[in-house]
Write a protein that binds this ligand. Sequence first.
Ligand code: HEC
Length: 169
Amino acid sequence: MSNDETSDTHFLNSFSVVLGILIIAAIGFFALARSLGRVQLKDQMTESTYLAAIQNNIAPFGREAIAGQDNSALTAPAATAPAAPAANLPKTGEAAFQQVCSACHGLGLNGAPKAGDKAAWAPRIAEGMAVLYQHAEHGYKAMPPRGGTNWPDATIRSAVDYMVSLAKK
Ligand code: HEC
């Protein structure tokens, strides 16, 4: 009986010690986590790039120029736009034609000479390639300059060459 009691007391004593250590450790971890968390949260919430990213995420999707107001912010995307088409510049006249020129010249929209239509192209080819290049690059009546792209002369010319070759087949 007395033996049982001492082992119980011994168990209770060591159990209390372990429990105490665990509780102290838990409080310590809690305090540590709080102090770490506060530092990082405070830093993050005031960081300008973080705030800018949030602003960007919640900004309205569409932006409109409003007469009489400062619309300078709207010009920012336009400034970076020219770089984009250069990246996916068509490599051949055919590719350029397929990508853009065919929108009008494929079906002959708005009086555009239809690609492959010999009768429509013959009088134009007769003007000479210099004139066709000139009109394709700078626009001519309903033909928008460069077909509305900002492709370099070489690309526009190869597209003209391609359409002219279709009309000669
Ligand atoms: C928005 C429609 C449209 C697109 C896109 C377009 N064209 Fe045209 N193009 C026209 C129209 C319309 C004409 C006829 C103009 C006229 O003679 O009245 C024309 C005429 C031409 C001519 C003949 C000009 C002449 O002197 O007779 C050439 C060459 C030409 N386009 C090349 C191109 C090339 C190259 C592209 C692509 C980079 C292209 N076009 C994209 C509408 C378009």
